[in-house]
Design a protein around this ligand. Structure first.
Ligand SMILES: [Zn+2]
Length: 152
């Protein structure tokens, strides 16, 4: 995808891109591969803001106590007590650990959504919505492929 983006820039011209896309799409947060064992699918989600197919993550069934970490840099992101079954098919959490993520507004697919990425390595993890069931009111909808679960 990196090559495609470059080609795209060459074809359309840089100035046209500035007009067509918001600033943060053209100049995304610095992301780098820290875990050399990431799969193609993981890279697609983390570095190109992709989304895994719903109901495919093994973590949906994960009920043990522990913490969810970034699959790229191992940054600690969620505690197991924030996890809930949202029925959406993606691992869902009512709150993230303090400072775990940074957010930005994502305008793709004609929607305005709040995208969040790892505060440490910058990779994409998911979107946060305001329809969560717990006190926080938040629903962090996270790609399971971006997470590593470490039981307590
Ligand atoms: Zn990370």
């Amino acid at each position: 995808m990196k090559i495609n983006k470059r080609k795209f820039v060459k074809i359309l011209g840089f100035s046209a891109l500035i007009i067509l896309f918001p600033f943060n799409v053209i100049f995304p947060a610095n992301k780098k591969i820290i875990n050399p064992n990431l799969s193609k699918e993981q890279k697609k989600i983390m570095f190109n803001e992709g989304t895994e197919k719903p109901f495919t993550s093994d973590l949906l069934k994960e009920k043990r106590k522990g913490f969810y970490h970034c699959a790229n840099c191992e940054n600690k992101l969620f505690a197991s007590n924030a996890k809930f079954d949202s029925g959406t098919g993606w691992p869902s959490f009512s709150e993230a650990l303090p400072g775990a993520f940074k957010t930005k507004i994502d305008y793709s697919f004609g929607m305005k959504r709040l995208e969040y990425h790892c505060a440490k390595c910058g990779v994409h993890h998911g979107h946060v919505f305001n329809d969560g069931p717990k006190e926080s009111g938040k629903r962090f909808c996270n790609n399971g492929l971006c997470l590593i679960f470490k039981p307590e």
